[in-house]
Design a protein around this ligand. Structure first.
Ligand code: ASP
Length: 321
């Protein structure tokens, strides 16, 4: 049964009870603590995997990639990777991007079909090509040539939901937007190396070929090694037109703390859109070079997973009304 972010917490406690999650109280490090922050409650096991990976491999890039794999591989997370929601034609098309603050290099894929780990393909674009973004068939061909394994991404559960949605078209325009959500995961190691990634199936039942904010650098994710990183989740169309994550990082560059920067960008967007924030469905998180984290959103259920050497927890960020 798919687990949407709203009812993921039960299974997290079950995991902790089984001892699957490491005892972070024992993994304290000297000096600056590594820090991982991710969107939604399904970001918590992802961030824990990031910390474990960092402790094993010492690589912040591996930590970001393998952390996001956890959400991409979990069929119960119904908006990311395998088990993600399909487009209007019943095809799962995934978007992802990856960015390294130390080099300011980045990679991105959009509309990728049949590959379960778009975050890895995005990282490979960054590391193995002269380009930044590959889309559609070109991205899939690149993934094949890089040796990634194909997999059917549409689960039976999602196929049934899509059939039901299809039978009700045309939809009531006043109805709530269909399911969506993204994992945006940003982190910093003890030396201050910052990186981040973002992965999603995007808006459920989107027009085929629709690309949201998540694979757009500066939209769904932005990392600047001198300043910090920001990531987004929500209606991509309301985020990408404002380069939301870039705007947050630039405010932090002026000295603003992460939460104030996220809040300020949401207020700017609401002002320009002439809409109450609650109608925008935009949510952000950020970390800065000083090791501070923060976030703000317009959805009351928005949560941020925060994992450092001392604790692993879910936080409710500032609600902008
Ligand atoms: N931002 C994603 C998109 O628009 C969806 C989400 O995070 O809710 O594709």
């Amino acid at each position: 049964m798919p687990i949407h972010r709203r009812d993921f917490t039960g299974s997290l406690s079950a995991l902790a009870g089984l001892g699957v999650l490491p005892n972070l109280a024992q993994s304290q490090e000297s000096g600056r603590s590594p820090l991982f922050v991710a969107t939604w409650n399904f970001g918590l096991p992802a961030c824990q995997k990031s910390l474990e990976t960092l402790q094993k491999s010492g690589s912040i890039l591996d930590a970001i990639e393998l952390g996001i794999h956890v959400a991409e591989a979990d069929v119960r997370v119904d908006s990311v990777g395998v088990g993600g929601a399909p487009n209007a034609q019943g095809v799962v098309q995934l978007d992802a991007c990856f960015m390294d603050g130390a080099t300011h290099k980045a990679g991105s894929v959009a509309g990728l079909e049949q590959y379960p780990h778009p975050i890895s393909v995005a990282r490979r674009v960054m590391e193995k090509t002269k380009h930044v973004m590959l889309v559609g068939q070109g991205a899939a061909e690149f993934a094949r040539l890089q040796g990634f394994e194909k997999q059917e991404l549409l689960t039976e559960e999602q196929r049934k939901k899509w059939m039901e949605w299809k039978s009700k078209q045309p939809a009531d325009p006043a109805a709530a937007p269909p399911n969506h959500d993204t994992i945006a995961l940003v982190g910093m190691d003890a030396s201050g190396h910052i990186a981040g990634g973002c992965s999603t199936s995007g808006l459920a039942y989107k027009l085929p070929g629709r690309v949201g904010d998540s694979p757009i650098l500066g939209g769904g994710l932005y990392v600047d090694g001198e300043v910090g990183a920001a990531g987004a989740t929500g209606i991509g169309e309301n985020i990408m037109r404002y380069c939301g994550s870039f705007a947050i990082v630039e405010l932090m560059r002026t000295g603003m703390d992460p939460t104030s920067a996220c809040k300020s960008v949401i207020e700017r967007i609401a002002r320009t859109e002439k809409k109450p924030p609650s109608e925008l469905h935009i949510n952000f998180l950020a970390i800065d070079k000083q090791g501070r984290w923060g976030g703000a959103g317009t959805d009351a259920e928005f949560q941020i997973a925060v994992v450092d050497s001392h604790s692993a927890r879910l936080e409710s960020p500032l609600l902008v009304k």
